[in-house]
Design a protein around this ligand. Structure first.
Ligand code: UD1
Length: 353
């Protein structure tokens, strides 16, 4: 393998690609980095590149926002010429966002092998756009790097040949381990001693007025017992404004840089979220996580980690929260190979190919 092209587009991609880019660079293999521009705000993109020490992308497709079909198609259109020009030996795609599936489609049609980092995860819920992206990307991939063994089992069940699957561990945890010391020395910036950290951006939770209103209502109730810190994703901010929801009782902040957010996660009494990656980060940190979703593509965070799925059950949210505040929280363990070396394992496998 002489030349690897990486495709990133959205916030969680940056966190996953950083350790892989570093490990491959250390082996002296040529790399090309393409940013699709799916996320483009400074605090959704540039800040992550700086803090994670990701090199300047060789190409920025500047795609921006749109419907799923538009965004996916536009990434494909703009990405094809880059692949034709660069002719990589393999393209690495990350996670489950629209940029991931778009790049996998383009490369597989140009007969460029595709490697998928974070392969095999399944929520078995096709109402989630990410589930469609995961299934299609895995189907098209030639090399599949899984973060946990449930990923291997899912892929084998779907008929993927065993030789293509590599259980390498969790690249997101590589970044966490690298930057945790910086996070620990972050100043507290006037944030309270004891607080709940909240994030919310899944379409199923924020795109319907009634659902979002009820969720924010429950969070307001939580805030009567425990301070809430809530960095708001742009999608959610737009919806709160569009539905004219009164959010005065919640402390709404702008999206945060990686290190500052990691500091908040590591200091939180509890994290309440609908994110995928945060379920994993809290498991590694041993911080209780209440997930506002009925299912998860990361079941290991429930079976081994600190994660509890509360879905949209407000009563469950209240009882689980009360248990945590009484100190009766779930004690988790770190899943196998979440050890900061996943990126190095990927680089090693690719070097041998
Ligand atoms: C995307 C991913 C999701 C991931 C999330 C992480 C897909 C299908 N979804 O969701 O899996 O968990 O990223 O953040 O790929 N916007 C801005 N500034 C930005 C980016 C987005 O204002 O820099 C606004 C736009 O109005 C846009 C909306 O946020 O329409 C949603 O962005 P989009 O990239 O479509 O999906 P996310 O909700 O961010």
């Amino acid at each position: 393998m002489n030349h690897i092209l990486h495709v990133v587009g959205a916030r969680p991609n940056f966190v996953k690609a950083a350790p892989v880019l570093r490990a491959i660079r250390e082996r002296g293999i040529r790399q090309t980095l393409v940013h699709t521009g799916q996320h483009y705000d400074r605090n959704m993109s540039d800040v992550f590149f700086t803090q994670l020490e990701i090199p300047e992308p060789d190409f920025n497709l500047e795609v921006g926002s749109g419907s799923h079909a538009w965004q996916t198609a536009e990434i494909m259109r703009r990405f094809e010429s880059v692949v034709l020009e660069r002719k990589p030996d393999l393209t690495l795609v990350y996670g489950d966002v629209n940029s991931t599936v778009a790049a996998a489609l383009v490369c597989s049609k140009l007969l460029i092998p595709v490697g998928h980092v974070e392969a095999g995860l399944r929520s078995f819920d096709r109402t989630m756009p990410e589930e469609i992206n995961r299934i299609v990307t895995d189907r098209l991939s030639d090399v599949l790097f899984t973060p946990s063994e449930d990923g291997d089992a899912n892929l084998l069940r779907e008929g993927v040949a065993k030789e293509r699957i590599h259980f390498v561990g969790n690249v997101m945890i590589d970044s966490l381990i690298q930057l945790l010391p910086a996070a620990k020395s972050c100043p507290r910036n006037g944030f309270p001693e004891r607080f709940a950290l909240v994030t919310l951006h899944r379409p199923a939770n924020v795109d319907e007025g009634e659902t979002l209103r009820e969720l924010l209502d429950s969070l307001t109730k939580v805030s009567q017992e425990l301070d809430i810190i809530f960095p708001v994703h742009p999608r959610t901010r737009q919806r709160i404004e569009e539905f004219r929801i009164d959010s005065r009782h919640l402390r709404l902040l702008d999206p945060m840089p990686y290190i500052e957010f990691l500091a908040l996660q590591s200091r939180a009494a509890v994290v309440i979220t609908d994110s995928g990656g945060i379920q994993e980060e809290t498991t590694y940190l041993g911080v209780p996580c209440l997930t506002l979703r009925p299912n998860t593509e990361r079941p290991i965070t429930v079976s081994l980690g600190t994660n509890v799925l509360v879905g949209d059950d407000r009563k469950r949210l209240a009882t689980e929260l009360a248990a945590i505040l009484e100190g009766k929280q779930k004690k988790g363990v770190t899943p196998p190979l979440w050890d900061g070396r996943a990126g190095a394992r990927i680089a090693e496998i690719l070097q041998k190919m």
